[in-house]
Write a protein that binds this ligand. Sequence first.
Ligand SMILES: [Zn+2]
Ligand SMILES: [Zn+2]
Length: 135
Amino acid sequence: MAGERPMKICPKCALFVMNPTCAFCKVPMVITDITAKESLHMPSKQREELINHYIETLIKDTYDPKIREEREEWERNQGSPWASYQGAKAKCPTCGSTNVRSISGAERGASILGLGIFSNKINKSFKCNSCGYTW
Ligand SMILES: [Zn+2]
Ligand SMILES: [Zn+2]
């Protein structure tokens, strides 16, 4: 079951997800001792403390706060680590914009991991960045 898989932390930017590779640094992630399910039920403050704990214990030698800042900036620009890639060829049925992104698959996973994308989008698969329409 997906929820029982361990969370992983990027040795460079401290990205905390289930993926085996950091989407930003393209390096293999370090496995932590917490499962995705445990992480899901954790208040964000506690999660932040846990990430700091892993930075101290698991990735101290490789971690770079500057890379973390860059990655966080990159995430803000993208909306999510997986944004837009899959939706690149899709077109908005309402306004015709190609500035759309996929909200299926990986991003649903992202919402499970608390990256801030929530589940009322769960039955839709694309969102238009121009007019906000989802379909
Ligand atoms: Zn990283
Ligand atoms: Zn549109």
